[in-house]
Ligand binder design. Structure first.
Ligand code: NAG
Ligand code: NAG
Ligand code: NAG
Ligand code: NAG
Length: 238
């Protein structure tokens, strides 16, 4: 049991090592404090720290919308396969981060209409630096706050955000490997290249393919390896 838990932990750690995709897209937010200062894109530019300054962090306008404040990142490519998201919030302002939600979505709709990766729960204040595993594909990442500050209502002050994963069709630590053409839709998991929707049945003996697991039930045809035909590895063993 202990060994199983240790292995599980190691596997989880090895997952959180994909490329930061924030150079490939733009950020926006519900409102901008102080005119052109506190630009939402400050949160995707260095420094990577919790130190606050309007020139280096995002900051929504205080109290201008009592119901919700948000920060949104939109990828410049069609679809990202996200593995995890790291947030650096403003030092000493965890109380404004309290109750935040993090979404991955395919639309820019507010309130967010997509997958809820994480919701800060009570009791206690959140850590201002958080790595949040979120294994999901999408076009947008949204930090959403409906609680926040008792005087000003929701306020978003993000100093740095890293969104790790790979663009659709790519995998590997630096997303430099192409997903194998055997994968349906050429879509594979960013960390290991295995097909997400399974293999093309034409690559499998008798065309028998488990579309959920990507396994060739009767094995692979010549040129592809493994009892279970691990699809992402096929392009390395032509
Ligand atoms: C976004 O669209 C892709 C492709 O249709 C789908 O696989 C994915 O689950 C969607 N993501 C969300 C968060 O709905
Ligand atoms: C904050 O960080 C500490 C230490 O890393 C961890 O034990 C705790 O679970 C974290 N709390 C939250 C709410 O993430
Ligand atoms: C990924 O990129 C980094 C920085 O350029 C480099 O040091 C590393 O060797 C690369 N890793 C792989 C597996 O290509
Ligand atoms: C590849 O990663 C996915 C997502 O974590 C996992 O479900 C799948 O089993 C992995 N494939 C292999 C061959 O390890």
């Amino acid at each position: 049991m202990l060994l199983a838990m240790l292995i599980h932990t190691i596997v989880q750690l090895s997952v959180t090592a994909q490329q930061n995709l924030t150079p490939f897209g733009i950020a926006s937010q519900s409102t901008v404090y102080g005119g052109t200062l506190s630009n939402p894109n400050n949160a995707i530019l260095p420094p990577i720290s919790n130190d606050f300054d309007l020139n280096i962090c995002s900051h929504t306008a205080d109290g201008s919308d009592p119901s919700a404040d948000w920060w949104m990142f939109q990828f410049s490519f069609e679809l990202a396969y996200i593995t995890d998201i790291t947030i650096y919030y403003r030092t000493e302002f965890a109380y404004r981060m309290d109750g935040f939600k993090l979404y991955v979505t395919n639309t820019s709709a507010i309130p967010p209409n997509g997958y809820l990766c994480y919701e800060d729960s009570d009791p206690g204040l959140p850590n201002i630096t958080q790595n949040i595993p979120c294994y999901k594909s999408g076009k947008y990442v949204i930090y959403y706050d409906t609680t926040g500050d008792e005087f000003f209502g929701p306020v978003v002050e993000l100093c740095y955000v890293a969104i790790n994963g790979c663009p659709k069709g790519m995998w590997g630590p630096n997303c430099t490997e192409s997903c194998s053409s055997i994968c349906i839709g050429k879509q594979c998991y960013p960390e290991n290249g295995s097909c997400i929707w399974g293999c093309d049945p034409q690559r499998c003996v008798n065309g028998r393919c488990d579309t959920h697991t990507g396994t060739c039930i009767d094995g692979c045809v010549t040129g592809w390896v493994g009892q279970s035909c691990i699809c992402g590895k096929c392009n390395m063993c032509k």
